[in-house]
Design a binder for this molecule. Structure first.
Ligand code: FAD
Length: 444
């Protein structure tokens, strides 16, 4: 099958004035969602030297004003990293590029008329929360708004359980932890729901943050944690959880959550446990308007695409990241991860570029590069091809791999400079401490 795409008719875009100085109306490329799928597609499009000189307008829409580099979000719990390092603003990331950032909430897409309905954040100087309605018209569309957390199935979860996906979630958790740490309670009881990678990583970080005062339990419905991970990573995770005295409750489901307790169901019995904090890491679902798009979806509401990442009946629309179904060559579904979205972004950018140039599009091939998990402060497990490591060295490798994945060279260098500075300051403090200790010992 040939997925060659006919160049659609250029249209007028009603987003802020196009920055291009070309003669005709620019080709409008609209990218919805500034995460691993969307932002990286926009940035990769900049890589093509001829693309810059073309009469193209890239508009990136996101409801937030910053990226969240989720694999490093846990480091905020233990203060190993600061928010600016993992959540650079889109303004900064798109500086000196031809990408125009538009902060607003996408409310729907009309695939027939090629229009996107956005509620745009009012421009600077205007007060209030009222959003300006805006219609964007596209020639090419990239759908990459990810998925949203599902908390409404369990009584009390929406009110009392904390999700952990955004910087706001991390800030709320920090506030809650500070309140608990400064209180006079002898122990802090935390329940982390979900034995997937997020649950395991969060449980280890929380145990390290709360140290002897923390009583962390990990609640898993199945018989195993990290089901989709290799036995090596799973064994390392079990060791890390055991070393941090995290209690794992297998075959246990959550029945309800209240302000100070969680009700669990295990082996036919209800268990009512007092808790100070509940963290929720399981269950996502497609965003409403994505689920309602008149195209093919799988049973979980994810969009089904061609191997070129195009929607089946809408070749000018590309769908990637958590909102799209992805299969391996044997037809088995691959879990949605940043690694997949990041590689899809590369393919989507290439295909948009090829479509504009009237060339045949390429199929997406996922290459599994391995797996990495943070297992407490400064520690990790890395399993990639023949490399298998755990502990501090794995922690350093993981951080440097992610440093290299951060968007834009400028941001990477700023983060690297900060790390080197922190390392030098730490080293200097150790040297000073050593000198003082020696002098004190000599005096004695
Ligand atoms: C805490 C955490 C840790 C993770 N760690 C890892 C890891 O270590 N390795 C890994 O491979 N994967 C990891 N993941 C999974 C990974 O983050 C996702 O698979 C990946 O982000 C998916 O990319 P995406 O572009 O589809 O969506 P996202 O990165 O979620 O981006 C979607 C963007 O769309 C925006 N958006 C959503 N709805 C709207 C709307 N209506 N209007 C405007 N904008 C909207 C959002 O603000 C967001 O910026 C982790 C996820 C979490 C939550």
């Amino acid at each position: 099958m040939d997925y060659k795409l006919e160049r659609p008719r250029p249209r007028q875009n009603f987003c802020p004035t196009p920055t291009f100085k070309g003669s005709d109306t620019p080709t409008q490329i609209c990218i919805l969602g500034g995460g691993f799928g969307g932002l990286y597609t926009a940035l990769y499009l900049q890589r093509f030297p001829w693309f810059k000189s073309q009469n193209c307008q890239i508009t990136l829409v996101d409801r937030k004003d910053h990226l969240v580099f989720t694999p490093l979000l846990y480091e905020l719990v233990t203060h190993e990293l600061q928010p600016w390092e993992i959540a650079p603003s889109f303004k900064k990331l798109t500086y000196n590029t031809t990408i125009q950032f538009c902060q607003g909430i996408v409310r729907g897409v009309d695939l027939e008329t090629r229009q996107v309905k956005v509620e745009k954040k009012p421009s600077a100087g205007r007060e209030g929360f009222e959003l300006d309605p805006l219609v964007l018209v596209y020639d090419y569309l990239v759908l990459a708004v990810g998925a949203e957390m599902r908390l409404d199935g369990i009584p009390g979860a929406t009110t009392y359980a904390h999700p952990f996906r955004t910087i706001t979630d991390a800030e709320r958790l920090e506030e809650q932890l500070r309140l608990l740490e400064t209180s006079n309670r002898p122990e802090i009881r935390v329940a982390v729901v979900g034995g997937g990678p997020s649950g395991v990583e969060l449980a280890c970080k929380l145990a390290d943050r709360l140290r002897g005062r923390g009583q962390v339990r990990l609640i898993e419905r199945g018989q195993e944690i990290l089901k989709t991970f290799s036995p090596y990573s799973r064994a390392a995770a079990y060791r890390a959880l055991k070393a941090r005295r995290v209690q794992i409750d297998f075959e246990t489901s959550v029945e309800s959550i209240e302000s100070d307790r969680i009700t669990l169901f295990r082996e036919g019995q209800m268990l009512d446990l007092p808790v100070d904090l509940v963290l929720w890491t399981v269950g996502t679902r497609s965003i409403d308007w994505v689920r309602n798009l008149p195209c093919r979806h799988n049973s979980q509401g994810q969009l089904i695409t061609l191997p070129t990442l195009q929607l089946i009946d809408y070749p000018e629309v590309f769908a990637l990241g958590d909102l799209a179904e992805i299969q391996d060559p044997r037809g088995r579904q691959i879990p949605a991860t940043a690694q997949v979205a990041y590689q899809q972004a590369d393919c989507a950018a290439l295909n948009i570029n090829r479509a504009i140039a009237g060339k045949r599009l390429r199929n997406f091939h996922y290459l599994h590069m391995g797996e990495m998990l943070t297992l407490g402060k400064g520690e990790a497990v890395v399993s990639s091809f023949a490399l298998k490591l755990e502990g501090r060295l794995a922690g350093i490798i993981r951080q440097f791999v992610y440093l290299q994945r951060l968007p834009t060279v400028r941001h990477r260098l700023q983060v690297l400079r900060h790390w080197v500075w922190q390392w030098l300051t730490g080293l200097w403090q150790q040297v000073v401490r050593l000198i003082f200790d020696r002098r004190r010992r000599r005096k004695l």
